[in-house]
Write a protein that binds this ligand. Sequence first.
Ligand SMILES: Cc1cc2nc3c(=O)[nH]c(=O)nc-3n(C[C@H](O)[C@H](O)[C@H](O)COP(=O)(O)OP(=O)(O)OC[C@H]3O[C@@H](n4cnc5c(N)ncnc54)[C@H](O)[C@@H]3O)c2cc1C
Length: 438
Amino acid sequence: METIETSVVVVGGGLVGSSSALFLAWRGVPTVLIERYPGSSPHPRAVGYRSRTLELYRAVGLGSVIPQTPPNMVLRRARVESLAGKWIQEEAPWSPPEKDEAKAIEHSPCLGAAIAQDRLEPILRDKAIELGADVRLQTEMTAFEQDAEGVTVHVRGPDGREYAVRAAYLIAADGHRSPIREALGIGRTGRGFMRTARSVLFRAPLDEYLRSGVSQFNIEQPDLSAFLTTYRDGRWVLIFSDDRERDDAGLRDAIAKATGRPDLPIEILTTGRWELSALIADSFRSGRVFLAGDAAHTLPPNRGGYGANTGIEDAHNLAWKLSSVLSGVSTPALLDTYDAERRPIAWLRHDQIFARSDFKAFATTEAPHGPVFDDAAMELGQLYRSHAVIGAGAELAPARRPEQWAGHLARAHRTRGFCAAATKRCPRSISTSMAGSS
Ligand SMILES: Cc1cc2nc3c(=O)[nH]c(=O)nc-3n(C[C@H](O)[C@H](O)[C@H](O)COP(=O)(O)OP(=O)(O)OC[C@H]3O[C@@H](n4cnc5c(N)ncnc54)[C@H](O)[C@@H]3O)c2cc1C
């Protein structure tokens, strides 16, 4: 059987796998990405990307390619009878309101973006390919094994041909059902399953209802409870609170009720069925295999964008560490810090979801009400605690706004050296930014 040799193999070509390949390729790490489908799912999920994510993409040359949107454009939500009908009330803000002095601070050169997942994924894949990644679509991982020297991933390509990819490390970005996580026997903990929801994706000329800046709508009618939002390209998604199957007429009837515009032409594009759950893997690493994205942490859709954005930050954290170890600058001990740094962030975000108004009703002892941290803290001021970071003690808060750290960062971010050899160029101070490292 043919075997392809590379440094890192990524399984999964969604937002997180594509970002992993992109960040690795940008650092010159030979990478093969395996994705079983020919392209993105016709039913996008994510649309909201935060400023930290945009910073990471900007650093690899995508700054001018992804159009930016002020974050409050994707964070405002209202309770309405229908788009054209009565607007009952705007929901409580996702993040506590900022004080005037905080508002005046420009924390980041990036805002955020509202772009559908099926438009962003090709941008990421194309850039990864341009930078040298070997992206193999319609290629399915059928099995994998690891030994002391590396990992072997068995795949079946588009023509049915079977071959193997041999690499030093494997990134499992294979989604919330993660066959790799399951094969490794890594369990998950957290609030767990909440409900199953169905959705319909449709095209309709409804942009006039976005003028107020609200883009997410909880539809409240006696016989329709649903959530309506837009991908800002003429496509809208209606997510039903129930798991009832509806035929074409039933879907059209629900769309007409939710929009309050039965007169408009509607094109139904596709439907979806989603499990809403909150589960964090008990370990993000097993030997030479690293879990990233939904494989590591599945969180329900929320106004903080704690799904894809958290996974993209995993990918970035892992990419620079793998690059550093593979190039011999750092010892493999650096890789232990991935789980130590990223798993607590996943838990922090898990708990924030249930501490805030949208999901408070789902809070349990596994998902307790906790203190609410503001968005700038969650986005740009999360603290990493690992043996690579000096001074990030238990007395420090898990997240604060960048200006509130008041010098802690200068100390906390001086990292221990992981030099492979004294003769190698090894920066004593690896700047470990709050919501990601570089
Ligand atoms: C309705 C909804 C709205 C959301 N909105 C947002 C949002 O606005 N912002 C946000 O941050 N998050 C959002 N999320 C969450 C976000 O969509 C996910 O967190 C994100 O898409 C996960 O990306 P991923 O790459 O980890 O996994 P996935 O997108 O699930 O990708 C996994 C990939 O692995 C591939 N794969 C699996 N097994 C194999 C195999 N054996 N061989 C080859 N390939 C394989 C799959 O085909 C798939 O393409 C939303 C979620 C939902 C349900």
